[in-house]
Design a protein around this ligand. Structure first.
Ligand SMILES: CC(C)(COP(=O)(O)OP(=O)(O)OC[C@H]1O[C@@H](n2cnc3c(N)ncnc32)[C@H](O)[C@@H]1OP(=O)(O)O)[C@@H](O)C(=O)NCCC(=O)NCCS
Length: 179
């Protein structure tokens, strides 16, 4: 079971089915802020949608293909960080994240990423971790930069979010360069 304290009082814990209502409530409350950059927000309209997401994340975890963890401050869910499906052939993975707006600016997601990247290199023995951020999403792009990732280029109009095609910046870290 993946569980890790990342700051005093803040930890990552695997999402479980029983967390669906709480995760949905945060997404619902933060809808206007989250939908600017995340393509799945508009399609998340009821607790069942979040439950389906958590169930698929648990299947992913059971299949050793990555995981999604809640970012918890005490017992309060304040965000989610997770991996896309691990590419075992090429030993690489992509990380995604979001945080409730009122907890931004405290380094929480940077610390959460550090924990997941440590896990990817130390436990899974992957060779490469990627973070993809929209060019206009400066707060998100700052995270891989702060963690020492290399900017590798921009995929033009690679995501469709709220009817807009977004240019996506690709950042990557290799196992040999971590720490
Ligand atoms: C992008 C997002 C995840 C950033 O979350 P965050 O926790 O504020 O990001 P960080 O962990 O990098 O925090 C950095 C900020 O904390 C400050 N900070 C405070 N203590 C810090 C510490 N110990 N370490 C690092 N940063 C620290 C930094 O100065 C920085 O502040 P600034 O933005 O005013 O420069 C959040 O804004 C979000 O969820 N946005 C909407 C969804 C989204 O865009 N997801 C990503 C899609 S690719």
């Amino acid at each position: 079971m993946f569980q890790k304290t990342i700051q005093e009082g803040v930890c990552l814990r695997l999402l479980e089915e029983r967390h669906a209502a709480e995760v949905f409530a945060v997404v619902d409350r933060e809808r206007a802020y989250l939908r600017e950059w995340l393509p799945w927000v508009d399609g998340t309209t009821k607790v069942d949608d979040t439950l389906t997401f958590i169930q698929s994340a648990l299947q992913q975890y059971a299949a050793n293909e990555g995981f999604s963890a809640g970012i918890w401050r005490g017992d309060q869910l304040i965000g989610v960080i997770g991996t896309h499906k691990i590419d075992w052939l090429y030993r690489k993975v992509e990380i995604g994240y979001w945080l409730a707006s009122n907890f931004q600016g405290r380094g929480i997601v940077t610390a959460a990423c550090r924990a997941v990247i440590d896990h990817a290199f130390a436990q899974w023995k992957l060779n490469r971790v990627e973070i993809h951020c929209a060019s206009g999403n400066a707060k998100s792009c700052a995270i891989p930069k702060r963690l020492g990732f290399q900017f590798e280029g921009t995929q033009r109009e690679a995501q469709l979010v709220n009817g807009r095609y977004l240019d996506i910046q690709v950042y990557a870290m290799l196992a040999r360069d971590w720490k």
